[in-house]
Design a protein around this ligand. Structure first.
Ligand SMILES: [Zn+2]
Length: 219
C-alpha cells in the first residue's frame, strides 16, 4: 500500500513575511491521516484553522493567500510546493502572523526543515486526484514565450504549490502559458466543480488502470 505521510516530529522556524515584513514563528506539526494540510493562526483571539484547499484561496496577487473563519495566511505556495514534492499529506502549519516566512525565496529551506523533522508513513492509503478529461482543462501554448531559466523554474515551483491546493497529489499533466497564482486557482476551481473531469483514487485502485497512469503515478 502506498501510504499517507506526515512528519515524525514537530519542527519550528522563524523568518519574515516577504510582503508584510513581519517576523513570524512557524511550527510544523504532525497531523492525523486524512486531515490534509491545515494552516493555523496562533496570534488571533482564538486559534483559526485554514485548510489548504483551492476553495479557500482569497487572493492571488503577489502570492497565494487562503482565508477561512476570518483568518488569512499569505504566500503559502513555496511551502505547499515543498510538501507536494515530499508527498506530505497531513500537517498542521502554525503561524504567529499572517504570512508564511519567505526564507531564501525558494522551497529549499522548507524541504530541509521537513526532512530534519523526519517523514512518517501513516496507516492509510494515499489518495490522489486523477485527471480523467485532460483536453478540457488546457491553459497552454507550445510556442509560448521563453523565460529565463530561473524564472521558469520559479513558475514551476509556484504552480506545484498552487496545484497541491487540490488537497491531494495530482495524477495528470499540467502545462502553463503565462500562468500565475490567479490562473492556477481558476484552473483548480473549474476542475473541482466538474466532477466528471477527475476522480479520487488510491495507488491500489490504480493497479487496474492502464499502464500510462501507473507511469504517471510513479513519477
Ligand atoms: Zn513564488
Amino acid at each position: 500500500m502506498l501510504k499517507q505521510r506526515t512528519l515524525k516530529n514537530s519542527i519550528r522556524a522563524t523568518g519574515v513575511g516577504l510582503h508584510t515584513g513581519k517576523k513570524v514563528l512557524m511550527v510544523l506539526r504532525p497531523a492525523p491521516a486524512n486531515s490534509g494540510i491545515v494552516f493555523r493562526r496562533t496570534d488571533l483571539d482564538q486559534l483559526v484553522d485554514i485548510p489548504a484547499k483551492a476553495g479557500n484561496v482569497s487572493q492571488t496577487t503577489l502570492g497565494t493567500s487562503l482565508t477561512a473563519d476570518g483568518g488569512t495566511v499569505s504566500t503559502v505556495e513555496h511551502l505547499m510546493s515543498a510538501l507536494a514534492g515530499l508527498g506530505i499529506d497531513n500537517l498542521v502549519v502554525e503561524l504567529s502572523a499572517s504570512e508564511v516566512p519567505i526564507m531564501d525565496g525558494s522551497a529549499g529551506p522548507f524541504v530541509f526543515l521537513l526532512q530534519s523533522a523526519g517523514i512518517e508513513e501513516q496507516n492509510a492509503a494515499k489518495r490522489f486526484v486523477r485527471i480523467k478529461n485532460l483536453d478540457e482543462y488546457r491553459i497552454l501554448n507550445e510556442d509560448g514565450l521563453r523565460y529565463e531559466d530561473e524564472f521558469v523554474r520559479h513558475k514551476i515551483l509556484d504552480a506545484i504549490g498552487d496545484l497541491y491546493l487540490l488537497g491531494h497529489s495530482l495524477i495528470g499533466e499540467f502545462s502553463g502559458f503565462k500562468s500565475g497564482h490567479g490562473l492556477n486557482n481558476r484552473l483548480l476551481r473549474t476542475l473541482v466543480a466538474d466532477a466528471s473531469a477527475w476522480e479520487e483514487v488510491t495507488f491500489e485502485t490504480l493497479q487496474d488502470a492502464p499502464i500510462s497512469y501507473l507511469a504517471a503515478a510513479a513519477t
